[in-house]
Design a protein around this ligand. Structure first.
Ligand SMILES: NC(=O)c1ccc[n+]([C@@H]2O[C@H](COP(=O)([O-])OP(=O)(O)OC[C@H]3O[C@@H](n4cnc5c(N)ncnc54)[C@H](O)[C@@H]3O)[C@@H](O)[C@H]2O)c1
Length: 345
């Protein structure tokens, strides 16, 4: 651990992603030194990821390392170098539909990368670990609202299966090495910098371009949309755990159907949406709905951002982003792909 006067040190994997970039900002504001890891994979435009952490890159307390956690041997060297007080593991391949097409990629970036991380930070240099799990673990056979004690043994997609496998590897590491590990099951996260493949950003972008929105099935699928600031508070609370293993839901506990979401988003953008219905793809759950009693009892955590407020903020952000991002992305290319990032030795 750091000395009494030294600032706490956090290692954040997936630091340039949507949630990771918010976590980095929160930790820097809370006085941490942050060692960020990201492979800048091409799941979506890596320049958007550089843009996500542009501000942090100007903070001398933030160090970025470009690293693929699934590559053999990398995490051992990382542990010796970074010496964190806590590890927040957000890196991974997200997204249900791509996982149906490319399952092996998910096995590598989720399962192999997580085990590499556990080898270094649960076994060799043990520190508290927070892992980003997902509501997808619950599948379609869990009765909503989902409780953490549900069996979660019927995943609907390779994404869900690999993230559930990671949870089990975390449980095994906690058991074997008495490592303090918290698995957070995150429920559809939204807010500024949301991934471009996620529904709210896809729908809003289509509306602003005056294009049709593509809705799966009849639009009755429901999601427990949760604002990224609420998720970040939950991650920060989990990062203060110092012993034991637990799984905790972080969700809004207030699901809405996709059709209701489209209407709310139209209101936020002041645009009447045009909707086209297409067949529902494989891997999608009927509903996600978090029981959040455990997070409340353990950390007094509850979501604070109502969906309508969060969507209004998102609409303002996206309009601003659309004006400024093309120029920012051009600048990132001309200034070098990863700014001052130091490649892993
Ligand atoms: N966004 C959501 O709604 C949601 C919901 C549930 C769970 N999660 C989980 O939260 C985490 C963050 O999600 P996000 O939405 O911010 O996704 P994101 O894609 O924006 O961020 C993930 C980051 O991890 C990096 N990464 C991927 N594989 C890596 C590897 N092998 N080594 C190093 N870095 C790697 C990517 O480059 C990316 O920047 C993911 O693990 C995701 O599965 C997200």
């Amino acid at each position: 651990m750091s000395g009494a006067s030294a600032p706490p040190r956090a290692l954040v994997t997936g630091c340039a992603g949507f949630i990771g970039s918010h976590v980095v900002e929160h930790l820097l504001a809370a006085g941490y030194r942050v060692h960020g890891i990201d492979s800048f994979d091409d799941y979506y435009d890596p320049r958007l990821k550089v843009a996500n952490i542009e501000a942090a890159l100007h903070d001398e307390r933030f160090e970025l390392e470009v690293m693929d956690l699934a590559a053999p041997g990398t995490t051992q060297r990382l542990a010796a170098r970074a010496r964190p007080d806590v590890v927040i593991h957000l890196a991974g391949m997200p997204g249900v539909r791509r996982s149906v097409a490319e399952p092996a990629r998910y096995v590598r970036s989720n399962i192999v990368a997580t085990q590499n991380l556990l080898d270094a930070f649960a076994r060799q240099h043990p520190v508290p670990i927070v892992f980003a799990g997902t509501s997808s673990a619950y599948g379609n056979d869990t009765v909503p609202p989902f409780e953490e004690s549900a069996p979660c043994n019927a995943p609907l997609s390779p994404y869900a299966a690999t993230k559930r496998a990671c949870e089990l590897l975390c449980a095994a590491a906690a058991e074997t090495f008495a490592a303090p590990i918290t698995v957070l099951r995150l429920f559809t996260v939204y807010g500024p910098r949301q991934r471009p493949d996620l529904a709210i950003r896809k729908f809003a972008t289509a509306m602003l371009r005056k294009k049709e929105i593509t809705v799966f099935g009849d639009g009755s699928m429901a999601r427990d949309f949760t604002h990224v600031s609420d998720i970040v508070r939950g991650i920060a609370a989990a990062a203060r755990e110092r012993s034991g293993f637990r799984i905790v839901n972080l969700g809004n506990a207030s699901p809405v159907t996709v059709l209701d979401l489209v209407e709310k988003l139209g209101n936020a953008l002041e645009i009447s949406p045009r909707v086209r219905f297409v067949a529902r793809p494989a891997g999608e759950m009927n509903i996600t709905y978090a029981n959040i009693d455990r997070a409340g009892e353990r950390w007094s955590w509850r979501p604070c951002v109502p969906l309508d407020d969060g969507l209004a903020e998102f609409a303002r952000w996206l309009k601003r982003e659309r004006r400024t991002v093309p120029e920012r992305l051009r600048r990132i290319v001309t200034r070098g792909h990863l700014l001052g990032a130091r490649p892993a030795p």
